[in-house]
Design a protein around this ligand. Sequence first.
Ligand code: ADP
Ligand code: MG
Length: 656
Amino acid sequence: MAQQETALLRLRGVVREYPAGEEVVAVLKDVNLDIHAGEMVAIIGPSGSGKSTLMNIIGCLDRPTRGSYQVGGRESGEMLPDELARLRREHFGFIFQRYHLMGDLTAVGNAEIPAIYAGVSAEQRHERARVLLQRLGLGERLGNRPGQLSGGQQQRVSIARALMNGGSVILADEPTGALDQASGQEVMAILKELNASGHTIILVTHDANVAANARRIITISDGRIVSDEANDPGGAPAAAPKHPDDAPNQRDGWLAAWGRLGEATHMAARALIGHKLRTLLTMLGIIIGIASVVSVVALGNGSRQRILADIASMGTNTIDIRPGKGFGDRTAGAIHTLRPADADALAKLSYVDSVSPSVSTSKTVLRGNVSKTANISGVGVSHFRVGGYTIAQGATFNDESVRRQLQDAVIDPNTKAAFFPDGEDPIGKVLLIGSVPARVVGVTAKKDSPFGLADALEIWLPYTTVMNRLMGIRHLRSVTVRVADDADPGAAETGITELMVQRHGTQDFFTRNSDTIRQTVESTTKTMTLLISAIAVISLVVGGIGVMNIMLVSVTERTQEIGVRMAVGARQGDILKQFLIEAVLVCLIGGALGVTLALLLGEAVAAFGGESFTMIFSPASIVAAFTCSTLIGVLFGFLPARRAAQLDPVHALSGE
Ligand code: ADP
Ligand code: MG
């Protein structure tokens, strides 16, 4: 060998130590070694002498504890992890004793992995994998998975993988160790052939017969090189080292990065499909979380819209006047100052459209042998308009009925059903309310109010009739004022309050306009939705932790796979991406299933829930659900993915 030629691989004073409890154990002790391009070197030594450790350092899977290792003149100790990955990807090709193929990939799929990380286009790498496998005698086995191949065939697949990106330096650690003699000889013949065509071959073995195939035999014992001799394996003389063949075009830049992202997604999807049950169980938390968030928001939306619609039907500009300081004031019952005269005075205000005084009680109603308790409301004529009632049959009583205290009753559909079954026409019929007979003049159409009980019986009579004939009282329970459309509701409320204070001498009443009711409803439903959503979000977080948990298990389970990927040149970023995408995919699919579940629930509610429940799905909440699940995937997938990416390749390979 020419003295001046710089060695391809150059080790000086390489020491590799492992911590062993309190102490450190040196596995390699001051190794000095030059390997030139085109050589075929066998490293031989007994088991435990440090051969694999040396091989891993040469292959840039491991770093020396001390000493210098130069590849092509560059100091490996100064290289970043990604640069080392690039060396492994583009210059080295690993062949392992146990092949280390991926069980769920075909021969072609396994052979082309290094090219994926190099960013070679799919067509190009399929083609190259086929050519290499054919050249290695596996033309018939391209679509077979490792489980369907013999040991010798699997080792040939792993040789194809080592050659995928060129493999100018082939590192074979006990390549024949797991093979029968015939297959072992075949593999050795292939390695010799590769050497003849220019590949540098470094071979580790404990078998002298295997080592005899090499042109140079290095003996290692207890971490030191004890001999380094030339050997004549016979056969053709060594070919002049030339640059080994035709590596496919490798791409760089964003297109390649995009392609690698696609591949990472592929790999992640394959891993998920490979473990369907586990994937589904992992997703379960996300599915439930997303489904509950989406349906709770939809339910909240639905009930809010309904209540708001009801309020809108009540008229937007009504003001309620009641005795007391506010809803729930216990002393209100004793305040009897709200009188029909107040209502008359209010009706004279210019900005008041109509006034509806009201009183209420409950009475036993009798007709024939049917007796029921009903809510009796004494109201003004405008009550039906202001309250948004429609009359299904007959008509409401009129102002004259009010003035003359007529016993004219308007009944709701429940009352009609109770006293006039079988479609009997109630108009003109008489009901005995308490001890007072009343003639039915009208029936309202069905109206479901959020504030009333759905099956209560409601009967309306002129307020004068209820006060004087039914209850014998002189005060009202409330006065509802409808403000003229062109008036300002705020100013109207102030004016009404002033007038009432003037009439009563004190403020012994309170006012509520429909807008404040609307605001109250909105803020209550918002609070409710927020509260329940918070609970649902907690379940999402629990789901996310579940994803993290399973991903951590998955990383541990697939440590060896990660090691192999790193050995063939995957960058840390590639591994990180693969696992992160896996977590995001789990969450996204879980999110999609969750949204589907929520939509199905919505359908079911619409079909069976009647009108008391409505779910309104907003696109925003669905988009938010997906964003949320992606975030959870990224958030909870990051830790496991980073753990995978930061695995030490050597450790990972040994499957620890
Ligand atoms: P060989 O390949 O020659 O059989 P190795 O290089 O695998 O030997 O191992 C050499 C020695 O280093 C062995 O005694 C082994 O126990 C030790 N060793 C290898 N890896 C580690 C490690 N990660 N931690 C501690 N000791 C190790
Ligand atoms: Mg070994």
